[in-house]
Each structure stands twice: as C-alpha cells, then as structure tokens.
Design a protein around this ligand. Structure first.
Ligand SMILES: Cc1ncc(COP(=O)(O)O)c(C=O)c1O
Length: 255
C-alpha cells in the first residue's frame, strides 16, 4: 500500500532517473513504527549528504504514523521514500525469507568489495535509492549457494552486508563495525542493540575485525530493521553451532 506524503512522482524525478533520493525501512509493530526517531535522524543525515531538502521532521513523522495506521496485520515493513519532488510511504508484509532467516539463521559468505578507502564524495553512509548494486550483490551470493554476503575491504576487514550491519560476539563482548571509521551505513538496529545489551550482562565494542578472526567469533549475526537479527549458521561454507544468545537478543529487541 502506498501512502502519499508531499508532491508527485514524475517521470523526470531525479530519484527515478539517478537514484538521487533517500529512504528508510522501519519495522512496523502493533505499537507503531519501531525506532522512528533514529530512522528520522538517519534520513536527515542522508538528505544532507545528497544536498536534498526533505519535508520537515514533523511531516515525515506524521506520514509514518498515517502509514502505520493503515496496517493491522501484525509485524510489517514501513518504507519512507524522499526524492527531490515527492515523499511517500509504503507498507507491506515482512518477506517470508527474512522471517525464516530470523528463526533459522543464514548461510553467509564473504566477498571483497574492492574498496579500502571511500572517496570524499562517497554516499555509502547515506541510505540512497541507488540499491541496485546492493541487490546485485545479494543475487550473486545466492548464485554461490549462500543466503547473504559480507563485504570485506581489500585488507580483509569486515564491513557490512548489502542490507544489514555485522554484529558478533567475542566472549562476553558484543561487537559491531565502527561506521564513522569505515564509511558504512550506520545501522539503527545494531546501534540500538549495543545500547541495550548491558541489561543481559554483555559488554559492547565498536571495532574492526578481519574475516579470519571473525570465523573464531562465538556468534555472528546480520542486523537490520526487518530481520532484527539473523545468525550466520555457516561462514564461507564452514558450519557454526547455533548460539544460545540468538533468542535472547531477539527477545531483547522485541522480535
Ligand atoms: C547497507 C546497509 N547496512 C546496514 C543496514 C542496517 O540498517 P538498519 O538496522 O537501520 O535497518 C542496512 C539496512 O537496510 C543497509 O542497507
């Protein structure tokens, strides 16, 4: 379902012609859009990087709430889309594959992104509408017999997945990759998770990790708004035991 915000989508919209627009995907819960403030913060940061003037925060929040009101089928996916000419929201079901990976985990492979340092004009920290490359990466992973892939820098450092952040457990420390240092998208789910896990007795750390060391981690997850967490049950073909932390963390996040 599409919920209109401002303006009209025209065939010459730069969002359509060049992917020069931004979006956010939120987990829709019976109590409303989850982590709305954090998503509006990131939308504003993405808009600034694209030098795009979005509707006001109040208007975007109102759009999100109107969209949420149209959904009554349990959990859902809420997208906020902003282009130079228009803004609108969509609501839909959470894809079955995403729900399955949350329950059963996924087969993860690593792949060199071929980028060690981002150029000054990089938009990798913005959530732009140019996701064709990200989706192509996921299709490539599927062709390799995996469910998803983890991008590595040429020096072997883990970065992020095409639509998710990397989170891993090392002893009693839950870790994620520092977005500021690496130029990856700052994930709202991973940030929220790390702000809450002290309640379960875990420490937290943002740090870099090489793929070889990641293989030694106690558990590996992909984190994103619709997934919540999906545990890697294989990494580059090597089987990994299910972590007892997966249900605890999912529960903490409310999935
Ligand atoms: C490239 C990338 N990294 C990380 C994430 C996770 O972000 P979030 O937790 O805010 O959904 C996403 C979400 O789609 C993404 O596309």
């Amino acid at each position: 379902m599409v919920i209109r915000g401002s303006g009209d989508l025209t065939p010459t919209d730069r969002g359509l012609l060049y992917g020069e627009g931004i979006f956010e995907t939120l987990h829709l819960r019976p109590e409303g859009p989850w982590l709305l403030d954090a998503h509006l913060d990131r939308l504003a940061a993405s808009a600034a990087l694209l030098e795009l003037t979005p509707p006001t925060r109040a208007d975007l929040a109102a759009l999100a709430m109107r969209a949420a009101d149209t959904w009554s089928a349990g959990e859902g996916a809420l997208r906020l889309i902003v282009t130079p000419d228009t803004s609108y929201a969509t609501v839909s079901a959470v894809p079955a594959a995403v729900r399955r990976e949350r329950r059963e985990g996924l087969r993860l492979i690593t792949a060199d992104l071929g980028v060690q340092h981002r150029p000054p004009w990089s938009l990798a920290t913005a959530k732009t509408l140019s996701y064709a490359e990200n989706l192509a990466a996921k299709r490539w992973a599927t062709r390799q017999g995996a469910d998803d892939l983890l991008w590595l820098a040429p020096d072997g450092s883990a970065l992020e997945a095409p639509t998710a952040s990397l989170v891993w457990l090392a002893g009693d420390t839950l870790c994620t990759v520092p977005p500021a240092e690496t130029g990856i998208l700052p994930g709202t789910t991973a940030a929220h998770l790390l702000s809450r896990v002290q309640e379960l007795g875990l420490r937290t750390e943002e740090r870099m990790i090489k793929a070889a060391d990641l293989a030694e981690a106690d558990a590996i997850w992909l984190a994103s708004s619709l997934r919540g967490l999906a545990e890697a049950r294989t990494l580059d073909g090597a089987a990994r035991a299910a972590s007892p932390w997966t249900p605890r963390l999912l529960d903490l996040l409310g999935y």
